[in-house]
Design a protein around this ligand. Structure first.
Ligand SMILES: [Zn+2]
Length: 456
């Protein structure tokens, strides 16, 4: 659908890079902020928002997994783990067609937008048909993610994933991995096709995602980085203790340590999870400028463990949040779980605040900066030159009413039962009004038909 476009936005209250401001008027040109002025007067035709904050980037997602949310919650004959969940996931994706992926991804994008995420970084590894054969268009599945982004209006960073092996030390892939696999040449062709697939979108970004040190070997990773010298690089690292042990047995180094030693990790990189790091790895990663891509709801769901956010943040580490498995899709809840996990572990409060003041504000701004860096897009603040991505909070929501400034963010992140997000603007286009995506009904009904068929 064609979303209504605003030439100018007027915020009674807005979180700007310098802090909270009143009566802010922002002009929008070609999807980006052209000017932002506080103490301004509204003009006729301005799109008005009572309380505006920058849209949050979702720095890690596998959108198709929204379709299996809640389907891995049954005890099996053997001890359940990430690895048994992964078997359930492989069985689910076995059947997915491109149409299915587009329908599920569109629903996930709607839920992301309604919760306050305005950019999706999609870590995309489901490339081939059910038999593991490439589609005629190598980027058929990536094109469906792009179509879902276009249909919903969310900003997109698409990260085609290179997946070659079944485990560290170049173990052969399993049949369940047949839809992911490429060698370097075919992957680079797929990436070219992905660039064509995203071309119709507004300000898209295409990065690369070597899946993990389980799925690429050192020479392949080096050749990939040489072949694609710019743009975001995302990789899963140290989510599970078994992965750390396998990596140690293979290389003598832990996954994050190996990457820091051998891969030239810098601000171009986003390491997803980093759940299991030593104090030395934590310090080195914080100094590298790379983003730690944290997915607290998924990490809790899968029993991964708890990221050492306190030490990482204290050393100036850059982090952001992602919805990963999409078991729940909720921007505020990811930040809530991130902070609460630290409190539970350390028996403390306001764990991730690195200075006096609101924890919600500090974690929100950290996730804006980290998410923007990981996305490779010009986003992350209400400021000239950046994409006009804005989330409006309802000041009359029960968790926000009567509150001011940072307390509004804390109310959203820590105290809201239902989301207080009522308006969402992406690239100057209004996609959510009164808490609902403008095309939510049609997208939900396609999703429902897809799910009924998949689960029949
Ligand atoms: Zn992931």
């Amino acid at each position: 659908m064609a979303f209504p476009t605003a030439q100018a936005l007027f915020f009674e209250r807005a979180l700007l890079p310098g802090g909270w401001a009143r009566d802010v008027r922002a002009r929008v040109d070609r999807g980006a902020f052209a000017s932002v002025a506080a103490g301004a007067r509204p003009e006729p035709g301005d799109l008005r928002i009572a309380c505006a904050v920058p849209g949050l980037p979702n720095l890690h997602s596998h959108a198709f997994q929204r379709g299996m949310a809640g389907l891995g919650e049954r005890r099996g004959p053997n001890p359940d783990s990430f690895w048994t969940w992964r078997d359930v996931m492989y069985r689910f994706l076995d059947r997915l067609t491109p149409d299915d992926v587009e329908a599920v991804a569109a629903q996930a994008c709607v839920e992301m937008l309604e919760s306050g995420f305005t950019t999706l970084c999609e870590f995309h590894y489901l490339h081939h048909d059910a038999d593991g054969r490439p589609y005629a268009d190598l980027a058929e599945m990536g094109a469906r993610i792009a179509a879902a982004a276009q249909a919903t209006g969310i900003g997109l960073t698409l990260l085609p994933s290179l997946y070659r092996w079944g485990g560290v030390a170049a173990q052969p892939p399993t049949p369940g991995q047949r839809r992911f696999l490429n060698d370097l040449d075919r992957f680079l062709a797929l990436r070219e096709a992905t660039l064509r697939a995203v071309a119709p979108l507004e300000a898209p970004c295409v990065g690369i995602a070597p899946h993990s040190l389980r799925a690429v070997d050192p020479a392949l990773l080096r050749d990939l980085l040489n072949a694609v010298p710019d743009g975001p690089v995302h990789i899963h690292a140290a989510e599970q203790t078994k992965e750390v042990e396998d990596c140690l047995a293979w290389s003598g180094a832990r996954p994050v340590q190996w990457l820091l030693d051998h891969a030239g990790v810098d601000a171009r990189w986003c390491l997803i999870h980093c759940t299991h790091m030593t104090a030395d790895e934590t310090t080195r990663l914080a100094r590298s400028g790379a983003v730690a891509g944290l997915c607290p709801a998924t990490e809790a769901s899968l029993g991964d463990g708890i990221f050492d956010g306190v030490a990482f943040a204290a050393q100036g580490g850059v982090y952001g949040v992602g919805s990963d498995s999409n078991v729940v899709v909720d921007a505020g809840q990811e930040l809530r779980l991130l902070e609460l996990s630290q409190r539970l572990r350390d028996r403390t409060r306001n764990a991730l605040a690195t200075r006096e003041g609101s924890t919600g504000r500090q974690t929100f701004e950290a996730a804006l900066a980290g998410g923007a860096r990981a996305s490779g897009r010009a986003i992350g603040a209400i400021a000239p030159g950046l994409r006009a991505d804005v989330v409006g909070l309802a000041p009359e929501h029960a968790a926000l009413v009567g509150k001011q400034d940072d307390d509004l963010l804390d109310g959203w992140i820590f105290a809201a039962r239902a989301s207080p997000v009522d308006a969402v603007i992406v690239g100057g286009r209004r996609v959510v009004a009164d808490g609902r995506h403008l095309d939510a009904e049609a997208i939900a009904s396609r999703f429902a038909a897809t799910m009924r068929r998949l689960l029949a």
